[in-house]
Write a protein that binds this ligand. Structure first.
Ligand SMILES: *Cc1c(COP(=O)(O)O)cnc(C)c1O
Length: 400
């Protein structure tokens, strides 16, 4: 039987897969379980040695001088916004093609996020658009390594340096990515990672900020611990009871339980990245022959960490929109998704900051074409082939 001749599952035909393939999934193995159990029995379940061990391991893996753990990527972003000195009246320029937490951290600090449009090819923030939006109030640029593909870091660093701004890099998708041969994490003024289960490595919930600046690292440590100037274990070891609170911080501490899991997971990051690359290559090779979709582009001077595999639908060649294609693929049990609804189109941002649509044309029109295919390191080649089979079936159905 000719592939694609069967009716779509959406129309009552048999689905390509019997069970749903999610777009992302974590992997926990016996080593991870043993590491957590050991910490549970160790007597230190928070602010203990595993926190320092994970921080040192992430600093080493990313080439950064300092790493400060937080209990989510969002808390880590908030810490970075604090350390960057953002406050009421300040502006930070960021991208609309991201998870809302990237912009929210600016709002948490009472500052204003200013969205700059993205480049059509990578969907990363467009440096020329950033430059156009710098004002006397701008304090920081908040770039995102969308899908795991590093942003244009050197031009952004040059721009930030020339204008006296800090570059914060949201690398929640990009642990293990490289830019011009160097790992992300030691390149921007601050780099933020997430250890949510859908990301490359997990601590249950968790995050990290890396930096080469000791003063920023100190501010980050203060902020995650109520603004108090010493950490609990240091107080305990010196038996001092006195403490001072010097800024308004939060309890954003990551537990030793989570960090033990993170240390164990980080050991497997190289294999995880290699597997994601192999799956991405498999997709890209097959999609070259499928008219109606465009595989993601990778610039020659980067290695993507492949958190997401985001294709673009060539809507002019199709009879349906992205939403119809997505629904048809879901019916085939392929857990496709959309990353992202542009942040300035979300109700809170529309109402609070007055965005009406049309302000960021590249991001807005790209959004209509975006489709994220399943990609995670535990995926089998046969799973990827199911995705390709379903995509071919559905795209053929919709092709003009
Ligand atoms: C996951 C993610 C975050 C938030 O991380 P959490 O650990 O879930 O708080 C922020 N920014 C981006 C781009 C993300 O993908």
């Amino acid at each position: 039987m000719r592939l694609g001749a069967e009716p779509l599952a959406l129309h009552g035909g048999p689905p390509v897969r019997a069970t749903l393939l999610p777009y992302g999934r974590h992997e926990i193995d016996d080593d991870d379980v043993a590491a957590v159990v050991e910490t549970l029995r160790s007597g230190w379940i928070t602010t203990g040695p595993k926190v320092a061990e994970l921080e040192a391991a992430v600093a080493q893996a990313t080439g950064a001088a300092h790493a400060v753990a937080f209990n989510s990527g969002t808390a880590a972003l908030h810490g970075a916004a604090f350390a960057a000195g953002l406050g009421p009246g300040d502006e930070a320029i960021t991208t609309p093609i991201t998870f809302c937490a990237t912009a929210n951290c600016v709002v948490y600090q009472g500052a204003t996020p200013v969205f700059a449009d993205v480049a059509e090819d990578t969907l990363n923030i467009d440096v020329a658009e950033v430059a156009r939006r710098i004002t006397d109030r701008t304090k920081a640029i908040l770039a995102v390594d969308f899908s795991g593909h590093p942003a244009d870091l050197q031009p952004l660093i040059d721009l930030a340096t020339a204008r006296g701004l800090l570059l914060v890099e949201d690398a929640c998708h990009a642990i293990g990515a490289t830019y011009r041969g160097r790992p992300v994490g030691g390149l921007s003024h601050m780099t933020v990672f997430s250890f949510h289960p859908v990301k490359h490595i997990t601590t249950g919930e968790g995050g990290m900020v890396t930096t080469n600046d000791a003063r920023l690292a100190e501010k980050l440590r203060l902020f995650r611990n109520h603004g108090i100037d010493v950490e609990a274990h240091r107080r305990q070891s010196s038996a001092a009871w006195r403490y001072d609170m010097v800024a308004l911080g939060f309890n954003y501490r990551l537990s030793d339980i989570g960090c033990a899991l993170g240390v164990s997971q980080l050991r497997k990051l190289p294999a995880n990245l290699a597997r994601r690359r192999a799956l991405a290559d498999r997709y890209t090779a097959a999609l070259a022959a499928l008219d109606g979709v465009r595989p993601p582009m990778v610039k020659p001077d980067v290695e993507s960490a492949w958190h997401l595999y985001v294709i673009r639908l060539e809507l002019e060649k199709l009879r349906g929109g992205r939403d119809e294609v997505l629904a048809a693929l879901r019916a085939e049990n392929i857990g496709v998704n959309v990353h992202y609804i542009p942040v300035h189109r979300l109700t809170y941002y529309r109402e609070r900051f007055g965005y009406q649509g049309g302000e960021l044309p590249v991001a807005e029109s790209a959004h209509e074409t975006l489709l994220t295919l399943p990609l995670f390191h535990g995926m089998a080649d046969a799973d990827a082939d199911d995705v390709l089979c379903a995509l071919e079936k559905v795209v053929r159905h919709f092709r003009r």
